[in-house]
Design a protein around this ligand. Structure first.
Ligand code: ATP
Length: 260
């Protein structure tokens, strides 16, 4: 992967700009700085390696050289998108799962921000925003997708099992450029449907552990338990407690786990 190969693969997609790095600290940091200094809508920061890739709550995201897709997409939300910003992470997960499903893989979304294959994490999403007073100026959507086996972190360093596309596919994976083109094409389709019921319905259908007994972990403690029921219109998670009453879990630094 390099800048010319990316530009060629993305030639039919209307991107705002592209910054490619063979190695970078974090693509989201670069994209946040670029967004604050006027990047156009649908600009991309892509790296072959991240040395300080970030997850939520300052957790690290592992991107060894040549192993994965590390992409940050800058969006400038318009008035149609703004009322539905809480759906952004779901829209991104739908784009990633569309590309995996087209490879014949059974991709699921672990609410709120991870994509799983065979109950193992193959991709993570980190959405961050740049504000102008009380108005959101831009969104940075960081996506880390494990393509080759070399992207998978060592077991002992993980909070949740991990895998890669190469591990789960019984043939050579598509190139990273091809995977990115599929994700961005899907992203453009879902963005047009951001306000639709179809987006929530499809997100819900792709939820990992749906109808399972699950736990919500917050600050390393179990904060809620229940059967994973579905999603609210804003993308919040709905569980059903032991008396079959709904429990709504809002976005935040919470992690979902199947109950032990
Ligand atoms: P979890 O449900 O795993 O607690 P999270 O959404 O809180 O997920 P994130 O902040 O999205 O986690 O991602 C950071 C975590 O993901 C790290 O703490 C590490 O356990 C794991 N991780 C880091 N790099 C990778 C990778 N390349 N593939 C899979 N998992 C990774």
């Amino acid at each position: 992967m390099n800048e010319p190969s990316l530009k060629k693969a993305l030639s039919k997609i209307n991107i705002g700009g592209l910054r490619y790095f063979d190695s970078i600290g974090s693509t989201n940091d670069e994209a946040l700085a670029w967004a604050a200094s006027g990047a156009k809508d649908f600009s991309l920061v892509i790296a072959n390696e991240q040395t300080r890739g970030r997850g939520r709550l300052h957790r690290t995201w592992h991107t060894p050289k040549g192993s994965a897709l590390a992409v940050s997409l800058i969006l400038r939300p318009d008035e149609i998108i703004k009322p539905h910003l809480s759906r952004t992470v779901g829209m991104s997960a739908l784009a990633i799962t569309d590309s995996l499903l087209s490879m014949g893989l059974n991709a699921k979304i672990k609410w709120p921000n991870d994509v799983l294959l065979n109950e193992k994490k193959v991709a993570g999403i980190l959405v961050e925003s740049v504000w102008s007073g009380s108005d959101v100026d831009s969104l940075v959507i960081g996506m880390g997708i494990n393509v080759y086996k070399t992207s998978v972190p060592p077991d002992g360093s993980l909070r949740f099992p991990a895998t890669s596309i190469e591990n789960e596919l019984d043939k050579e994976p598509p190139t990273r450029e091809e995977i990115l083109r599929e994700i961005l094409s899907a992203f453009i389709r879902w963005r047009e449907k951001l306000a639709s019921d179809e987006l929530i319905k499809t997100w819900e259908e792709r939820l990992a552990f749906r109808h399972w007994q699950v736990q919500i972990i917050s600050n390393d403690e179990v904060s809620q338990t229940g059967v994973l029921d579905g999603l609210e219109a804003d993308g919040s998670l709905r569980l059903s407690d032991e008396n079959s009453n709904p429990v709504i879990v809002r976005f935040g630094d919470v992690s979902l786990r199947p109950a032990a």
